[in-house]
Ligand binder design. Structure first.
Ligand code: BG6
Length: 483
């Protein structure tokens, strides 16, 4: 049997903001799981940097507690491995804008280990840390730098951020995380399309009626009101995560599964996106309904920021002209459900006139929950009584089909190991981020110009009424938001 994990070479991973929420909740538990699976070498080192004073021991204790909280099952956290993992951790008190701590950090890095700097800090510090790493000589020509959204607030700020990073790091050293690309099902989308001969001949405007991309969340802004109110669903979800899903669904087959081959194809999709008119967008904001609404959660009674957005997106190229991609995302919806639904055209001529097919075939790629793939087919209803047709799902839940594969790994496990392996395939390139912002900015500008308020919608529903109309106008309907 082929080994499921390929061990990586030893590394020094420096995490700026190493005591922060992302580090405790995602990065360090993911690294622990990778050590448990035998991928992370036991002599690798993880050096957390933060401004506050803290001893190495106190940091190790903090991470012990984080592992207990975020990997709650004792059997997933054998004590001997926790001990080994904690020994790999170190801590440096460091002032990213000043001089304190940089020499300490330098003293802890090895010349013969892969070196990666993970900037788990606010984007306002990315540029300063990058240049400091370069000035102090800590960044070698092969070391990697990892950054994560928000990668800019608009096109201009994204270009500025890229300029700051590229002043100190070459593009092949910069790893821009979009955690959706680390999700197993998202990678499976590429396997499904490019490792099966079945779908690709049908994957175009001739056979596909439309595509629906849904990322519905049941949670609200959950204490992130300050950040979220300045972003909204468009900046928080569409410009990045949904854009990536759209690109992987729509792109041409790359010639090779290599970073630039894949990213070139994604970029071509973004550049082929038509500008979206204001009639092709719907914005919503969840209202108070028994409990606090969006305006209460962000503590801004005048906010015009959207917690829901639906768009009709057209791709002007030979493959997709005439086949719209409808995308929607929102908070406080009925359930947490993310999927890509590819709706095929109906048969050109039905020989079953009385019971003609109402719906075409549909291929549903479920990202969460219950990752898997469903193909909607039409079959004959069993039994006598004429030719009655009905729709049935051909269903594959990854959890059932791949029961021997164990739990689906967290996106960060895959992504952090890819950084160490030096594989940028699942990371965004600078030009991709800029192109996505250029398209997003135009939509944001139409909203600013109109001055309209987002439509209120009830928490626990499927979004504002107007979002239904967006598809009804085209004689189509959204799939239900349900688990
Ligand atoms: C983040 C957004 O990038 O993705 C959040 O900032 C959102 O607002 C989250 O809740 C969704 O991620 P996931 O993996 O839970 O679908």
């Amino acid at each position: 049997m082929v080994a499921r994990t390929i061990p990586v070479e030893t590394f020094d991973l420096v995490i700026f903001g190493g005591t922060g929420d992302l580090a405790r909740r995602k990065i360090l538990p993911s690294l622990f799981r990778r050590m448990r699976e035998g991928q992370m070498p036991t002599d690798a080192r993880i050096i957390a940097c933060a401004r506050g004073k803290m001893s190495r021991k106190a940091f190790q204790q903090m991470i012990r507690e984080a592992l207990e909280e975020f990997i709650p099952n004792d059997t997933d956290r054998p004590e001997d491995l926790v001990g080994t993992f904690l020994k790999a951790l170190d801590f440096v008190t460091l002032d990213v804008m000043g001089t304190q701590g940089w020499d300490d950090l330098a003293g802890k890095l090895r010349d013969d280990a892969i070196r990666a700097f993970y900037l788990s800090v606010g984007p306002g510090l990315f540029g300063a840390i990058a240049s400091k790493l370069s000035e102090t000589g800590l960044a070698t020509p092969e070391s990697r730098i990892v950054v994560e959204k928000p990668l800019g607030h608009d096109y201009t700020s994204a270009c500025e951020l890229n300029r700051q990073l590229s002043a100190s790091f070459d593009e092949h050293q910069i790893y821009r995380i979009d955690h959706y690309l680390g999700k197993e099902t998202v990678q499976n989308l590429m396997a499904l399309r490019f490792a099966n001969a079945l779908f690709e001949p049908l994957w175009n405007a001739q056979h596909i009626d439309h595509v629906q991309i849904t990322v519905a969340e049941s949670i609200g802004v959950e204490g992130r009101g300050g950040y979220y109110d300045k972003s909204g669903a468009m900046r928080d979800m569409v410009q990045n995560h949904i854009m990536q899903l759209l690109c992987l669904t729509a792109m041409e087959p790359p010639a090779r599964f290599e970073p630039d081959a894949v990213r070139d194809e994604k970029l071509k999709v973004i550049r082929a996106l038509d500008p979206v008119t204001s009639e092709e967008t719907v914005r919503g904001q969840y209202r108070a309904n028994g409990e606090g609404g969006y305006l209460d959660h962000v503590e801004n009674p005048d906010s015009r920021t959207e917690s829901y957005v639906a768009l009709k997106v057209q791709i002007s190229n030979w493959r997709w002209a005439g086949t719209p991609f409808y995308v929607r995302t929102g908070k406080k919806l009925r359930s947490r459900m993310s999927e890509i639904a590819v709706i095929f055209k109906e048969v050109p001529h039905s020989i079953f006139p009385e019971v003609s097919q109402r719906k075409g075939n549909a291929l549903i790629i479920r990202l969460q929950p219950d990752e898997g793939i469903t193909l909607r087919m039409t079959i004959k209803d069993p039994g006598p009584g004429g030719m009655r047709l009905r729709e049935v799902p051909l269903d594959m839940s990854f959890a059932d089909a791949l029961a021997d594969a164990g739990a689906v790994p967290d996106a960060y496990e895959r992504l952090v190991m890819d950084v160490i392996r030096g594989n940028q395939t699942l990371f965004m390139r600078g030009d991709e981020v800029e192109a996505a912002w250029a398209w997003t900015d135009a939509i944001l500008a139409t909203w600013d110009d109109s001055g309209d308020r987002p439509h209120p919608y009830d928490p626990g529903g499927s979004g504002p009424e107007d979002a239904l109309a967006l598809l009804h106008r085209d004689g189509r309907r959204w799939r239900e938001v349900e688990t």
